[in-house]
Design a binder for this molecule. Structure first.
Ligand code: SAH
Length: 477
């Protein structure tokens, strides 16, 4: 693990892609603390699994193209809220080969008289370049996103790029003529190779197309999925549900590891098509995928009296829905493996499940999928208390002590949170008044209400709401 503080990235502020620029062990400490603050009331949080080398992990890299006033072509990222591109030739978290290809494409443009697209006028040719690389297979896809379908000197340009970067296995032109923040448009033409690449994860092959979702850190994805499989503890005959399945990765790995049968459900139709293809490519016959809302799908299964043994659920940042969770409880699988990219919504959903059912959290494992960013991934094992099981009593004495809520976040942390999220300052007095309203024991000197002491100012409503949000954020209410 790298201990030294990395040299600060010169475009750290303007780019915004990374939010943490402290030494890697400190980043892991920050993430561990945050998960513990939000989730420790459900059970013990295992130490976060970080990366041995937390650099250049991103297997998907995209760059915007732009010509500045002096006619120089720049490639990089849009400075947030502007049409101004911040030039980036190499990035600490992006795949190095991908970065080199992007610079190579930029250098080739003038000799082919290819222009860059202008976001303000809607004129010009090259808009973005997207590179995806299969870490395990070394296959590389280059996607040229253009503002118009007409591609002057197309064949010669592609030949020149591939000659310079022989690791490129496919080149695709994607046409995006729209005034939009989305990188990719609807139409695409394969200019070289198959139009897709493959990667291998946990011994399974996955086909990746320009648009398909694929985890961006394959090294840590294996770690995460292996943990999820360890928690599921499949014996060989289980019925498994992979909810929010994307291109089917988790369900496919489970099927390959011996699940009896697997059903996947996903909202995005293209991802479902990829999932079906991926299952075939891995020679699996015991897996089916459905397109639809995971909550509605679960409700249908639950109402029909269907049962399953293991549910993997991997919802987006917003977390799961109450419909999904209620139906999950009704279906009562023995094991639920919840994979989450947002510990806040994870805490909310775990609270719902543990409050409304016999499910209890058995393991909580954070995995650092996105070093240098503030994103935190966790995998949680829940299982049902069996009626004739011995009840294990595992009491954390702190949990019984109301005052321990006090120690969950300091006054300073609450003030910092409110300032960051709401843009205003709140006083210790106001925080203590809100804490008191929420039933958290308070120090005597802040305990007087308006009636008791008319001289003490009372927290206004907007500040109270912000403080309540902070208390919720820190898992104190
Ligand atoms: N399990 C996959 C993908 C997780 S990302 C993996 O490991 O790669 C979350 C997925 O949930 C996305 O593919 C998104 O399209 C899908 N999704 C979002 N809302 C959904 C809903 N209401 N019902 C089903 N799927 C949904």
């Amino acid at each position: 693990m790298q201990n030294s503080k990395p040299a600060r990235c010169p475009v750290y502020k303007k780019c915004g892609g990374c939010q943490l620029d402290t030494a890697y062990p400190d980043q892991l400490g920050y993430k561990q603390n945050k998960v513990e603050r939000l989730l420790r009331r459900f059970g013990k949080v295992a130490p976060i699994i970080g990366m041995d080398n937390p650099c250049h992990y991103r297997n998907k890299v995209q760059a915007a193209f732009y010509t500045n006033r002096s006619g120089r072509i720049i490639s990089g990222v849009y400075q947030s809220g502007t049409h101004h591109v911040v030039g980036i030739d190499s990035c600490m978290i992006e795949d190095e080969t991908a970065d080199k290809i992007i610079v190579g494409v930029r250098r080739l443009l003038p000799s082919f008289r290819l222009t860059t697209y202008n976001e303000d006028t809607g004129k010009g040719f090259l808009r973005h370049v997207l590179v995806k690389r299969g870490f395990a297979t070394n296959e590389v896809m280059l996607v040229l996103v253009t503002g118009t379908p007409v591609f002057p000197s197309r064949n010669n340009f592609v030949k020149a790029v591939v000659k310079q970067f022989p690791m490129i296995t496919t080149v695709v032109q994607n046409v995006n003529p729209y005034r939009t923040n989305l990188v990719l448009g609807d139409k695409q033409t394969v200019l070289y190779g198959k139009g897709t690449i493959e990667d291998v994860l946990c011994g399974c092959r996955f086909r990746i197309s320009p648009k398909s979702f694929y985890q961006i850190n394959p090294v840590q994805t294996e770690v995460l999925y292996n943990k999820a499989m360890e928690f599921a503890d499949l014996k060989g005959s289980e019925t498994v549900l992979d909810a929010y399945c994307g291109i089917g990765t988790i369900g496919i790995v489970a099927a390959k590891r011996g699940a009896g049968s697997v059903v996947g459900v996903e909202l995005n139709g293209e991802a479902v098509r990829d999932a079906v293809m991926n299952a075939k490519a891995n020679g699996l016959k015991n897996i089916r995928f459905y397109k639809g809302d995971a909550g509605a799908f679960m409700e249908e299964l639950a109402d029909a009296g269907e049962k399953c043994d293991v549910v993997f659920m991997d919802p987006p940042r917003a977390g799961s829905s109450e419909q999904f969770l209620r139906s999950l409880i009704k279906m009562s699988p023995d094991t639920v493996v919840y994979i989450s990219c947002n510990p806040e919504t994870l805490a909310r959903d775990l609270r719902f499940l543990t409050k409304n059912s016999a499910y209890r959290v058995k393991n909580i494992q954070p995995v650092d999928m996105f070093p240098h960013t503030e994103h935190i991934e966790s995998v949680v094992l829940l299982s049902r208390k069996m009626p004739d099981d011995k009840i294990e009593v595992d009491l954390d004495l702190d949990e019984l002590d109301l005052t321990s809520a006090e120690s969950k976040a300091t006054y300073q942390e609450i003030k910092d949170y409110v300032l960051k999220e709401y843009g205003f300052k709140v006083s210790t007095l106001y925080i203590s008044q809100v804490k008191r309203k929420c039933g958290i024991i308070e120090r005597e000197n802040y305990n007087h209400s308006r009636k008791e002491n008319p001289h003490i100012p009372q927290c206004p409503k907007d500040k109270e709401d912000a403080i309540r949000a902070a208390l919720e954020h820190f898992g104190m209410i």
